[in-house]
Ligand binder design. Structure first.
Ligand code: FAD
Length: 424
């Protein structure tokens, strides 16, 4: 069940679309995170759309158009159609796996490398691009072994290659939506109706970006409002643009510094009193010495306005109540994430109040095993209250929210998978 490496298509895929196209952003983000070279061609008016993209005008629903190096033209494609055309979309090859992993962020990729290299018949299911949150980082500088830093996309691509080398099967563009437990196996249901049967499961689905919760927010998603560091967008941002980054944590700090190289000014909107408690020292020092990065503490974004794309935001000082309107097409929201684990509740997997999966010793109450736990032993450290079902990385209650710890938990979870399969 070895799987060929992803092709490295050169020259680039050309994507032709209009400014502020949410689908255009989704495609750019997917290709950027997948390390596929692409060129974004922004169509300026109807005439440009007719001559360059062969459509009737800027409002034509066939936009964006993707032109592949082999001459294929896809109009208004879904991410799945793109993965299919890249040759990455495949059916599960096995009726039953030893190990099914959901989520190909650092935790899931690590579990795939260790599972497959240990000889387990392993499948890794990812709903989007490999890399997870880390894949959207322009540069990870504190990951062991990369003193100059490494882009999240490159780290993910290296891990993907490594997992494939050991024979892990990676199903990209597939989303796990439901689970069913039968003696000795779990059946995972995918959004497209396929099922994955496995003797053990690792849930490594991380967190989804938290939203601001403002009116119009969904409307501007990909058209001025972006979640995460938006690394794919930096090349589109011009030196006369003002960028706004919401959040005071490391991902916000990274995003601010990344955009400071291309934008006129970068403004960090921070709810807290200062960045000292929320930001790593190396990022804080760089932000303090970047002349075009400005930090607005005790502030929050309270309104989003625009016609087709974001034109203005309102920033309000939480202490004085004063508001200011700022013109911008670029708002990056880096305010952490929330786990999406409703499926777990449906099947009786214990979650904490915020939805994180509870594992190992955290399942014990007054030294008592969780209700319904069927075995003589205690749950292993990363095991949920369902024997053979493990959680690793950011989705786990009490996790550290770092690449290295997610990678470590992915590897550890595989060690517990072996113990479970050996019945010890
Ligand atoms: C912009 C940014 C910069 C960061 N920089 C650093 C840094 O410099 N150093 C550091 O240590 N940490 C950094 N972090 C934190 C680090 O990236 C995370 O802690 C880490 O990615 C968590 O890994 P994970 O595998 O647990 O989850 P995630 O990275 O969240 O990956 C989860 C994956 O699961 C997939 N998924 C979700 N649901 C399903 C489903 N139902 N079916 C299939 N797939 C699913 C998602 O699409 C995703 O790919 C950064 C985070 C961000 C957002």
């Amino acid at each position: 069940m070895t799987q060929p490496s992803q092709p490295n298509p050169v020259p680039a895929i050309r994507i032709l679309g209009r400014m502020g196209s949410p689908l255009g952003y989704m495609i750019r983000d997917f290709l950027y995170r997948s390390e596929v070279p692409f060129e974004w061609v922004e169509l300026v008016d109807d005439e440009d759309a007719r001559t360059r993209a062969g459509v009737s005008g800027l409002r034509d629903s066939r936009l964006p158009v993707c032109l592949f190096p082999d001459g294929t033209r896809l109009e208004c494609p879904t991410i799945r159609q793109i993965t299919e055309h890249l040759g990455w979309f495949r059916e599960p090859s096995q009726r039953e796996y030893d190990l099914a992993i959901y989520g190909a962020g650092p935790a899931g990729l690590s579990a795939a490398v260790y599972g497959a290299s240990d000889g387990l018949v392993t499948v890794l299911v990812e709903r989007s691009a490999v890399g997870g949150q880390a894949g959207s980082s322009s540069k990870i500088e504190n990951y062991l072994g990369f003193p100059e830093g490494i882009s999240g996309a490159e780290l993910a691509e290296r891990a993907r290659e490594q997992a494939c080398k050991f024979g892990a099967e990676i199903l990209i563009g597939r989303e796990g939506v439901r689970g069913e437990f039968q003696p000795g196996k779990v059946i995972g249901y995918l959004a497209d109706g396929r099922t994955i049967v496995a003797r053990t499961t690792i849930c490594a689905t991380g967190v989804d970006y938290r939203q601001l919760g403002l009116p119009n927010e969904d409307r501007f998603l990909g058209a001025g409002v972006y979640y995460g560091a938006g690394a794919s967008e930096a090349s589109l941002c011009g030196e006369s643009d003002d960028v706004y980054v919401v959040g005071g944590g490391n991902s916000a700090g990274q995003a601010a510094l990344h955009f400071s190289r291309v934008a006129r000014d970068v403004n960090m909107i921070v709810r807290g009193e200062s960045l000292h408690s929320s930001l790593s020292r190396y990022l804080l020092d760089r932000i303090n010495s970047a002349s075009n990065v400005h930090v607005f503490t005790n502030c929050e974004v309270t309104a989003l306005e625009g016609d087709e794309i974001l034109e203005r935001i309102t920033v309000t000082n939480r202490q004085t109540g004063e508001s200011q309107t700022c013109a911008t097409h670029w708002l990056f929201v880096c305010i952490g994430g929330e786990p999406r684990t409703a499926w777990a509740e449906e099947v009786g997997i214990v979650r904490d109040a915020a939805g994180y999966l509870v594992t190992g010793p955290d399942l014990l109450r007054d030294n008592q095993l969780p209700p319904g736990w069927p075995l003589d032993r205690n749950p292993y450290y990363l095991e949920t209250n369902m024997p053979g079902v493990f959680a690793a990385g950011d989705v786990r209650h009490g996790s550290v929210k770092r690449c290295a710890s997610a990678v470590g938990e992915g590897a550890m979870a595989v060690a517990f998978v072996h113990r479970y399969l050996a019945g010890v």
